[in-house]
Write a protein that binds this ligand. Sequence first.
Ligand SMILES: Nc1ncnc2c1ncn2[C@@H]1O[C@H](COP(=O)(O)OP(=O)(O)OP(=O)(O)O)[C@@H](O)[C@H]1O
Ligand SMILES: [Mg+2]
Length: 459
Amino acid sequence: MGATTGRVLVVDDEPNARDALAELLADEGHDTRAAADGAEALELLEDYDPDVVLTDLKMPGVDGIELIERGRTLAPHAAFIVMTAFGTVETAVAAIKRGAENYLTKPLDMDTVSALVGRAMSRAQLSREAARLREQVDTRLSIGGVVGSHPSMQRLLKMVEQVARSRASVLIEGETGTGKELVAAAIHHASPRRDGPFVRLNCAALVESLLESELFGHERGAFTGAVSRRRGRFEQADGGTLFLDEVGEMGAATQVKLLRFLQEREFERVGGAETLRVDVRVVAATNRDLRRAVDEGHLREDLYYRLNVVRLEVPPLRARRSDVPALAHHFLRKHAEANGFEVQGFTDEALRALIAYPWPGNVRELENAVEHAVVLCEGRTIGLDALPELGRGRDDSGRHPGPADGLDARVPGLTLAEIERVAIERTLDAVGGSTAKAAELLGISQRKVQYRVKEWSEP
Ligand SMILES: Nc1ncnc2c1ncn2[C@@H]1O[C@H](COP(=O)(O)OP(=O)(O)OP(=O)(O)O)[C@@H](O)[C@H]1O
Ligand SMILES: [Mg+2]
């Protein structure tokens, strides 16, 4: 990789010095413009949007200091470097106080100029990139804080908007950490019930008897310990949305009661005779295959269909790798702000590693990795060394659950296509993503590996 190049604006009232400097910088591969004084520079700034401005301090009319002060709002990402005659360093220091990034003393030493311009350039471009991603994040935030530009996520978000208008039950499927709860909240916030409550219950966290009373409430004396009447989550969610997480983990009696609610919109509290009616929209989520739970007799088929009026699938992160940079910046900003750290971005190398990693724990794992890196990072940029987990995932695959781990237990149980996918993903992972090496190990053509990977990455 060569030195960073970009747009440089040279401002000096002395024509020979100005042109010589602009020419030298052009020879180094930069796009350069020149201005004869501060006023001319200010006119150029907005349109040209330079990465670096090299300006003389003493100029007629608008001088260097004023140029910096006014120019910073016109070109917010530009780095200003001032040039000052030998012996007038105090003025340079004043310029730095007004926001200049650095200063050079005249006569200029070209090596120092290149080095300073190169460094300022990288920083300016990083700030520009961060702003671009931030903007991208902000526009996506409109729908309940879900970041995702990958076609599969855009399709999902469009469906979220569509289903939000109705009261139809929604079933959200997806691996752990893919953002199912976030999608459920997005449905609520995009719906006409947004001002009503969003109530959540994890069905796997409670034993059957407690789950039933937690959902439907109980009357005083309904069971030992029921010392007073209690409203359940359905009553609490009246006028809003009830999010049932891990809905596959529900006992038979609760399933019957939930089914009745979904059909008749009514229920009784545990130990109660009064029939209650509430206006609640049910959104359920699961990270296991509910169809299989039906086939195995754990879940009533009629309930499955009632929950599954609309089915949304949140794709695993490895199938939407192009979203990794925006997500990583989103979490960087969140955790840098929470910790009061001035971390601004990732090195290219770190970003590449984040994109290449298969993320078995999906978005949650990415968020944890970024939080960890923000805390460990020493400068303003997160490098590869601040991301130790990813390295670990590669060298000792035993420690880190890969996407295929635990799936062995499901043979028999997986289709041949699923087994093929597991085999290819694991092999790719083991050889660091090289399709040629993976193909050799698997004894199939490289084209087949590439074709499959492409197929899985498409929505
Ligand atoms: N697209 C996204 N944009 C921004 N943040 C996300 C996105 N997806 C997930 N997150 C964040 O990642 C974390 C995990 O998401 P969430 O809890 O919704 O996952 P989940 O699918 O419900 O996981 P589990 O199956 O383990 O319950 C949360 O902090 C969530 O805010
Ligand atoms: Mg969840």
